[in-house]
Design a protein around this ligand. Structure first.
Ligand SMILES: [Zn+2]
Length: 158
């Protein structure tokens, strides 16, 4: 489903620029949409070169996908990209008092982590960050009912 959406949007963007969704571009976009974690252009090439897709074509297509706002290039100058379209949030603030999970925008954090991981020779498969604390509503005392719920569920916690 998401594949088709990315392909559809990419196709729309290309026709706006009077470019065609060639077979190579289509294959690249398909593969990109399956990347759940940041990926190297070279890695994509490994998967696609058998069907005759050149590295230059991959770089150009990735550039177009960046322009289209579907992916972005990560800092670090290593031609590493990640899908940003409809990215599933895996980074949250969790309120200890009311139990709310609030996703936070984490593109910058992810970019930084990817750079650090690269530097340490570590290949990231998944990433999830949960920061616990007290949410604004609880800090301001707006969530009195949930707060008392919490205390009922946790008798004896001081
Ligand atoms: Zn709260």
């Amino acid at each position: 489903m998401e594949n088709n959406e990315i392909l559809t949007l990419f196709n729309k963007y290309l026709s706006k620029k009077r470019l065609y969704l060639t077979f190579a571009r289509q294959q690249i976009a398909k593969h990109v949409s399956q990347q759940l974690v940041p990926f190297h252009a070279q890695h994509l090439w490994q998967q696609l070169k058998e069907q005759g897709t050149g590295l230059t074509t991959i770089y150009r297509t990735l550039e177009l996908m960046v322009e289209a706002g579907l992916i972005r290039q990560l800092p670090g100058g290593q031609a590493k990209y990640e899908v940003i379209y409809k990215r599933m949030a895996k980074e949250y603030f969790r309120c200890e008092q009311c139990g709310n999970w609030t996703p936070f925008p984490s593109n910058e954090v992810d970019g930084e982590l990817a750079v650090i991981a690269d530097r340490m020779g570590f290949s990231i498969k998944t990433c999830s960050i949960i920061l616990t604390g007290i949410c604004r509503q609880c800090r301001l005392g707006d969530k009195v009912s949930e707060q008392s719920n919490f205390q009922q569920q946790h008798p004896g916690s001081h």
